[in-house]
Design a protein around this ligand. Structure first.
Ligand code: PNS
Length: 166
């Protein structure tokens, strides 16, 4: 059987912690789909198209990884794409409660297993929201995201500042 997993998330923006999970998932499964949640009601720093484009660039080194966007239920995306498993990174115990609840909800909706991969200790404090906050106030996040993502982040935040308060 060809095992296919999805690694879902918002990836606004992709961090080195996300890429660590993608790399390790790519060793566990024949194929990994990085699934970018496209939720129109949530405001994001980067559009879905931009997030997909950045992820595609960051993941091009792994031949069995592809990137796709999905709207609606994750389990529907899995059923429509022959995906057997959902990969989630766990940074700390505090992630576990909510992730367990989502895994159980998802398995009640479709016969799809969730596989938890512990985040490498190096990245256990990392979250896209914190990266954005630190970068917004001029902090250096260049060791936390790929170089080209750092450039895009600095550029986007400068555009936002120039546009004035939203
Ligand atoms: O990076 P995030 O914001 O934690 O990602 C959340 C995401 C996209 C994985 C989650 O919100 C999701 O699975 N959304 C799809 C909608 C869905 O299936 N909801 C039911 C979850 S039990």
């Amino acid at each position: 059987m060809n095992t296919v997993a999805v690694y879902p998330g918002s990836f606004d923006p992709i961090t080195n912690g996300h890429l660590d999970i993608v790399e390790r998932a790519a060793k566990l499964f024949d194929e990994v789909v990085v699934g970018v949640g496209v939720n129109k009601s949530k405001s994001r720093l980067f559009s879905a198209e931009e997030r997909i484009e950045m992820l595609t660039r960051a993941c091009e080194r792994w031949p069995n990884v592809r990137v796709d966007g999905f709207a609606g239920l994750l389990t529907d995306f899995c059923l429509d794409n022959g995906i057997h498993a959902i990969v989630k990174g766990l940074r700390a115990v505090s992630d576990f409660d909510y992730e367990l609840q989502m895994a159980q909800m998802n398995s009640s909706l479709a016969p799809i297993e969730t596989v938890f991969v512990p985040t490498s200790p190096e990245w256990s404090f990392l979250a896209s929201s914190l990266v954005k906050e630190v970068a917004t106030f001029g902090g250096d996040v260049s060791t936390l995201v790929p170089d080209f993502v750092n450039e895009r982040l600095v550029e986007r935040l400068a555009e936002r500042r120039a546009a004035g308060p939203s």
